[in-house]
Design a protein around this ligand. Structure first.
Ligand code: ADP
Length: 672
């Protein structure tokens, strides 16, 4: 299993909320900036309006003064002309009346006598009684009359209102006839008209203009509908002719914080647009944040489910009893392995080289799957190899199944599973061994039966031969003079017969007991005694045995007679293989040596004809013999006897000539 991936915390894709606060603050600053701007503009406007109203008030004041002065100088001259008689009364009426009408501010021109009596009036649009009602109060008439006479200059009355509520001032200019005061020319000037004429049509629309006395009483006012309350105002003192009269102008625009409607509307609209845009942005951001949060959530969920799936997958793989690994085809690097694998081969994991392990198998799977054979893509068609193989180092058996797979990164890799079948293989082997043991035992039984039968059958004639031979010997000795060679031969025959008898009785004994008698025996001593037997054979059949015995051999745990039989049989075969050689060359070498703590090895090596290749396979088969008289049972019985002792009997060709037969025997652990 690969190392668990470190869990990397997911980076949040949702922008932090503080970004948003920045926008809100910006918006707030912008709105405040706009308000300040509006305020400053309003201030500026107010200043402009103020200076405008001051200017206009001055203009109106000048206009009033100019108009009055114009009328004043005209009628002053008229009074002079009248006094100098340059003007008839009739002419006076015409000129003064015309002038009054043209001036628009002079309602009537009066000719007043020195006794303050009104002599005539012009342009005489009204009756004298009505005109007199428009004059100043009598005291004021007297005052200006006296003042004019005294100063010899024109004089204005205080403003006054008539009974119908109209406001006037009266101007009196003196008439002197040859240094004598001859009355006054009086002008009845309408203050309402004066104000109208001074304002002119443009200013009339812009201002509410009020003429007032020093005590605050309004004299005349012009109040256009467009001008409301609360506007800017400015008051000036009228320079002529009355120092205590004042003119007040009220502006049409109130001095509010809304200086210019268009500008204000534009600013407000701009701010609203900004707010709207920011709100839209905010909505968009919120939607994007929500979408991203959703995507984030889905991503986390799918990641979590992926992790779960991966954990499940790894849990399943790790709980398998089978070792599983994936390895690179070329580098042999382990790309993936489960827990079982790491337990089976400690020290190996992802990144290690699988080759080091696979080389230890009896079959190397890399040979079955050379990298060149596998092309990416069509791995399904790649062969699957499986077999039961042994891992030599651990001596464990595995059922290996290996095949090509497309690995996650696209390359072709090899997926191998190793099921540990050691227990089954061991059980199988045990069963096989037991079966073989049974077969061997039954073979031994068969051999025993055969031996028993043979012993029984041979024993009778052998007994007869022994009797005859010993009878002959006895008779030859009794008679005497017998040929010594014959006697010697007879004695040897007698000895051989006895030996044969002994062998047969041993065989019968073996057969009778059926069970071999295993005990610690000295193999070296056994070899010496058996080889003596061979040496003692007749000269032409004699075999010279050269012994190379291991003095440290120790004892084998075996049945002496059986091992004697085996050795005897091997030596006989050696002698027969060398029968074509002269006697001196008929030499068999018998070697003993200790293999290890458990085994003793005995070798019989000859320089005979050797074993033909075609005979090799059948050598140990029953009844296989190349000899005309041979029974073909010798080697078969020998192998049975050796295997019975848990040893084995093998042979090999000598490097130069002849054959060597070799058998092993178990070492007697407790030699007695
Ligand atoms: P037999 O000796 O009765 O033929 P064996 O079982 O002892 O039966 O031997 C079987 C055959 O093995 C022999 O016939 C012989 O061909 C061959 N053989 C055995 N030992 C040797 C040997 N040392 N050299 C050559 N051939 C041998």
């Amino acid at each position: 299993m690969p190392q668990a991936q470190a869990t990397t915390p997911l980076r949040s894709v949702v922008p932090p909320a503080r970004d948003w606060y920045v926008q809100e603050w910006l918006l707030l600053f912008f709105a405040m900036g706009m308000l300040v701007f509006l305020y400053l503009v309003a201030q500026h406007e107010a200043r402009l309006q103020k200076s405008e109203i001051v200017r206009d008030a001055a203009v109106i004041e000048q206009s009033i003064a100019r108009q009055l002065e114009a009328q004043q100088s005209f009628f002053d001259r008229l009074a002079l002309d009248l006094g100098a008689k340059r003007l008839s009364l009739q002419q006076f009426d015409d000129v003064a009346g015309k002038r009054a009408i043209e001036s628009k501010i002079v309602e009537e021109v009066l000719l007043v006598g020195p006794d303050m009596q009104t002599v005539r009036h012009t342009p005489a649009t009204l009756a004298l009684d009505s005109v007199l009602l428009m004059r100043a109060p009598f005291s004021e008439q007297a005052r200006i009359h006296a003042f004019t006479q005294k100063t010899m200059r024109g004089t204005y009355s205080d403003p006054y209102s008539t009974t119908n509520g109209r406001w006037f001032i009266e101007y009196a200019t003196p008439i002197f006839e040859e240094q004598r005061f001859a009355g006054t020319v009086n002008l009845l000037i309408s203050l309402d008209n004066l104000l109208d004429a001074s304002l002119g049509p443009a200013l009339t629309q812009s201002y509410r203009a009020i003429l007032s006395t020093a005590t605050g009483g309004d004299i005349s006012q012009r109040d256009p509908a467009a001008v409301g309350d609360g506007g800017l105002s400015h008051t000036v003192l009228l320079s002529v002719p009355w120092r205590d009269m004042r003119l007040t102008l009220y502006g049409s625009n109130p001095s509010s914080l809304l200086p210019n409607l268009t500008l204000s509307v534009a600013v407000v609209a701009l701010t609203a647009l900004m707010v709207w845009t920011v709100m839209g942005l905010r909505t968009q951001q919120r939607m994007r944040r929500e979408a991203e949060a959703e995507r984030d959530r889905v991503f986390r969920e799918s990641l979590a489910s992926l992790r779960q799936a991966n954990e499940r997958f790894e849990t399943v793989l790790d709980s398998l009893d089978v070792a599983i690994y994936v390895s690179d085809l070329e580098t042999h690097e382990i790309l993936f392995c489960n827990t079982r694998f790491r337990e089976t081969f400690p020290g190996y994991g992802v990144g290690a080289r699988i080759h080091d392990i696979e080389r230890g198998f009896t079959v190397d799977p890399t040979e079955k799957f050379p990298a060149t054979l596998l092309a990416p893509g069509d791995v399904a068609s790649q062969a699957v190899y499986f077999d039961e193989i042994e891992h030599r180092a651990s001596q464990r058996w595995f059922l290996m199944r290996t095949r090509a797979v497309n690995w996650v990164d696209g390359r072709v890799a090899r997926l191998t599973s190793l099921g540990d079948v050691t227990d089954r293989v061991v059980a199988e082997r045990l069963r096989k061994t037991q079966e073989e043991k049974l077969t061997r035992t039954s073979r031994l039984m068969t051999v025993g039966e055969m031996a028993s039968t043979l012993a029984h059958e041979i024993n009778q004639p052998l007994g007869a031969i022994a009797n005859y031979v010993s009878g002959c010997l006895r008779r030859l000795r009794m008679i005497g003079g017998a040929d010594e060679q014959v006697l010697s031969a007879m004695e040897k025959a007698d000895a051989q017969v006895r030996r044969a008898g002994a062998i047969i009785s041993r065989v019968r004994e073996f057969v009778r007991t059926r069970e071999p008698e295993r005990r610690p025996i000295d193999i070296n001593a056994l070899v010496v005694s058996v080889s003596k037997l061979m040496n003692s054979d007749e000269a032409e059949r004699a075999l010279t045995c050269r012994l190379e015995l291991d003095p440290t051999l120790g004892k084998a745990f075996a049945d002496q007679i059986m091992i004697e039989q085996v050795l005897l049989n091997l030596l006989r075969n050696a002698r027969e293989a060398m029968s074509h050689l002269p006697q001196a060359e008929r030499v068999a070498v018998v070697r003993t040596r200790r293999l290890d703590d458990n085994l003793i090895e005995v070798e019989v090596s000859d320089r005979g004809t050797g074993i033909p290749e075609q005979a090799e396979q059948q050598l140990f088969s029953p009844f296989f013999s190349t000899k005309p008289e041979g029974m073909g049972m010798g080697l078969n019985i020998c192998r049975s006897l050796i295997e019975y002792h848990e040893g084995n009997l093998t042979f090999f060709r000598n490097a130069d000539v002849g054959t060597t037969f070799r058998f092993t025997l178990p070492f007697a652990e407790d030699p007695q």
